[in-house]
Design a protein around this ligand. Structure first.
Ligand SMILES: C[S@@+](CC[C@H](N)C(=O)[O-])C[C@H]1O[C@@H](n2cnc3c(N)ncnc32)[C@H](O)[C@@H]1O
Length: 366
C-alpha cells in the first residue's frame, strides 16, 4: 500500500470498489467537484481528496457515513490519543451490552472502554479528533487473532470485513475453544492506529458527507444549499449491487457502535432493496436528483454488478435506470476481472456465478 492511501484502509466495509476505480475516472475525465450519492466507505471521496478536488458523499447507512467522515478530516495523532484518554478517564458508560455473545466477544474491561468511547462520541462527535477516533475504533472493533493469540483488534476471533451473527459466533468460539476473549487495551490500539492513519498530512480541499437517503429530493436540496452555487463536474459511484440488501445487518456491531441496537437490525431503513422494478425506479430517482446539482456536461461513472445468487443481467438493469433522465451517451464496458477479492461481488458470497462487473459512463445534457 502506498503511503497516500493509508487513510482509505481505516475501516473495512462489506462492499467497496478499489481506490483505483475513482482515481482512474478522475484521471480520464478530470473533476474539481466530485459527488458520490452512494459513498459507502468514502472511496470516491478519498480519491477526490488525493486529487485536490472538493467532494461530497451521501450514504443512508450510519456505518458508511461514519467511516467516510473519518476520511475527510485532518487530525493530529497525539490529539486523537489524548481525546481518547480523556474520555476513558472521565466517562463511566451507562449501557454495557450483556449476554453470552458479548462476554465471549470482548474482555469485560475492553468492552467497558469501548462503551465509554461509544457513549461519549454519541453525545458529541463534532471535532476532527472525535470523528477520527470514531473511524479508528470502528476499524478495530473486530478482526482475527494472531497465531500467538494476541491481536491488533479489540475482539475475540472474528471476521474483519463483516459481522457474523451472534448465535453462529458463539457456536464457533465454543467449537474452537476460544472461550476467553483477549485482554486488549483500547488506548494502545488507538495509539497505533492514529499514527498509522493520520500521521500523513493530506491536503484538505473541502467537502462533506451526509447521512441521508439519495432517492429523496430533499437530500439534494440540502446539498445544493451547502454548496453555495458550486456544481459538480464528476459523479463516481456504485449503487447497491442487485440482490445485495444486507449492508446494515452485515455490519451490525459497527452499526451498534454508531448508535444502533446491540443486536442484528434487519430494518434497513433508507436502503435501496433488491426487487428489480423498484430497484430500477429508486436508482433512477438518484440519477435524476444528481442532475439538479451537476453542471451541464458533467460525467457520471458507475460501477455495477449483481450478486451471483440473483439471476438478472446487470447491463440491462443499469441501462434502464438511466431511462427518462438527462444522462446521455451511455457507454458500458466490462470492469474486467480484478484480482480475487478486489471486486465487490467477491466479498458477498463464495458461490457467485462470476458475473463480471461493469462500468457505465454517461454525460449530462440538461
Ligand atoms: C456498493 S455500496 C458503495 C460502496 C462504495 N463505492 C465504497 O467504495 O465503499 C452501496 C452503498 O449504497 C448505500 N445505499 C443504499 N441505499 C441508499 C440510499 N437510498 N441512499 C443513500 N445510500 C444508499 C449502502 O448503504 C451502501 O453503502
Amino acid at each position: 500500500m502506498t503511503k497516500t492511501n493509508r487513510l482509505n484502509a481505516i475501516c473495512p466495509y462489506f462492499a467497496m470498489f478499489p481506490l483505483e476505480f475513482p482515481m482512474k475516472m478522475i484521471d480520464d475525465f478530470g473533476g474539481s467537484c466530485i459527488l458520490d450519492p452512494f459513498c459507502g466507505r468514502g472511496t470516491t471521496n478519498v480519491a477526490a481528496r488525493l486529487n485536490g478536488a472538493f467532494t461530497v458523499g451521501v450514504d443512508s447507512s450510519s456505518v458508511a457515513y461514519s467511516i467516510s467522515e473519518s476520511k475527510m478530516v485532518s487530525a493530529d495523532p497525539d490529539r486523537i490519543v489524548s481525546e481518547c484518554a480523556n474520555i476513558l478517564e472521565n466517562k463511566n458508560p451507562e449501557d454495557i451490552p450483556e449476554g453470552e455473545f458479548w462476554t465471549m466477544m470482548y474482555d469485560r474491561k475492553t468492552l467497558k472502554e469501548i462503551c465509554a468511547v461509544r457513549e461519549s462520541l454519541l453525545d458529541d462527535c463534532s471535532s476532527p479528533e472525535r470523528i477520527a477516533l470514531r473511524g479508528i475504533v470502528m476499524g478495530a472493533l473486530h478482526g482475527p487473532l494472531k497465531i500467538d493469540g494476541s491481536s491488533s483488534y479489540l475482539s475475540n476471533q472474528f471476521p474483519r470485513t463483516f459481522a457474523s451473527k451472534p448465535d453462529y459466533s458463539v457456536r464457533f468460539w465454543k467449537s474452537k475453544r476460544l472461550l476467553v476473549p483477549p485482554k486488549i487495551s483500547l488506548i494502545d490500539i488507538v495509539k497505533q492506529r492514529a499514527e498509522r492513519y493520520y500521521s500523513e498530512r493530506l491536503s484538505n480541499p473541502g467537502g462533506f458527507i451526509l447521512k441521508e437517503d439519495s432517492t429523496d429530493k430533499a437530500t439534494f436540496s440540502k446539498i445544493e444549499a451547502l454548496m453555495e452555487g458550486r456544481k459538480f463536474d464528476l459523479v463516481v459511484t456504485s449503487p447497491p449491487y442487485i440482490g445485495m440488501n444486507t449492508y446494515i445487518p452485515d455490519q451490525w456491531i459497527r452499526n451498534w457502535f454508531v448508535g444502533g441496537p446491540p443486536y442484528v437490525d434487519y430494518g434497513c431503513k433508507g436502503q435501496i432493496r433488491a426487487r428489480e422494478s423498484k430497484f430500477i425506479e429508486d436508482v433512477r430517482k438518484v440519477w435524476a436528483n444528481c442532475e439538479e446539482v451537476c453542471e451541464n456536461g458533467a460525467i457520471i461513472a458507475v460501477r455495477f454488478g449483481n450478486i451471483g445468487s440473483y439471476d438478472s443481467d446487470p447491463i440491462e438493469v443499469i441501462k434502464k435506470t438511466f431511462d427518462n433522465t438527462s444522462w446521455i451517451d451511455i457507454e458500458v464496458t466490462d470492469a474486467g476481472a480484478p484480482k480475487k477479492g478486489r471486486r465487490q461481488s467477491d466479498t458477498f458470497s463464495a458461490n457467485t456465478k462470476g458475473y463480471n462487473e461493469i462500468d457505465v459512463v454517461s454525460v449530462l445534457s440538461s
